[in-house]
Design a protein around this ligand. Sequence first.
Ligand code: KG4
Ligand code: ZN
Length: 352
Amino acid sequence: MIVLGIETSCDETSVAILKEGKDILSEVIYSQDRIHEKWGGVVPEIASRQHIKIIDRVVREALMEAKLDLKDIDLFSCTRGPGLIGSLLVGLTFTKSLAYSLSKPFLGVDHLHAHIESAFLENEGIEFPILALVVSGGHTSMFYMEKPLEFQLLGKTRDDAAGEILDKISKFLGIGYPGGPAIEGIAKDGNPDRFKFSIPVIKGGGLDFSFSGIKTAAYLYIKKGIVEKDSPELPDFLASFQKIIIDHIISNIEKALKDYKVKSLILSGGVARNGELRRRVSEKMNERGIKVYIPSPRHCTDNGSMVASLAYKLYMNGKRDGWDTDAYARFSEEGRNFITILPSEKIRKRYK
Ligand code: KG4
Ligand code: ZN
């Protein structure tokens, strides 16, 4: 079975073609980083327009790389949400149109579940139960997986995502975009204990994350002139800033492990490319005898392979999506809470 997966939830246009949900026949990723660089963050409208301009080319490249034709595809899949709604709608509409025109099935997948799938794509036999984290520019969420394809949300960020504050502070300092790798590079030579930050207290306990307090504390250091782009303290400052983000993530993992006994931990999403986060999470879990799976850097960030791989499993499990399948911007169970969809019968009557 040949599955084509399209990912356009944010600023990467990615298309991959997988055979039997495992063999990556092709994977093309177009990043818009250079386009959004001058704004220091993703501009949603520009992102959607860029997807529109390029998506057919990315699909064609993926087909060429796989030495296949559109008619060889058995299942067309894409990301439904959460993400930027304009970007999602480009991918969703394009995918549905391809499937419809070729009379092939179509399936939409959840972006966060797909990030977790990246770890399964690269590793055989990950043992359940699993604690799975997705840490990216748009999301910081933690799931418990008792068995395959069962994602129980334990906590998510109440405000900013981890990658978002890395990007924002980097922009404020003027040290580059995306912020995560820029900060990681400078922080390498810094003393992470030099500047004081504290782990946020989450009202009502629970396993949610909160990063806006850390962002404000960092802003204040910069605004008060204690640190700036060219100051010699910058590496120490950024090492301390990066450390508190990692501390918060690890402290939440440890909280979750009190109630959820797991055999494996998956860490995915763009921020999981960070060497220090990878090292510290692995070290902590090794101490507890929990096996850690972190996808290769390429598959931590948004990619079409994770979409195709998850779609294959869901399809094999009996999932089917109709032509009325919609995208959802925010975290929700398939977005139904956010939009009231009129039955097509009512719409037809209204416009008679
Ligand atoms: O998963 P992703 O490509 O897109 C979203 O779904 O958000 O993640 C992008 C985020 C950005 O915030 C970027 O700064 C961060 O991942 N990132 C990193 C690193 N590489 C990318 N954060 C920390 N260290 C890195 N090396
Ligand atoms: Zn993502």
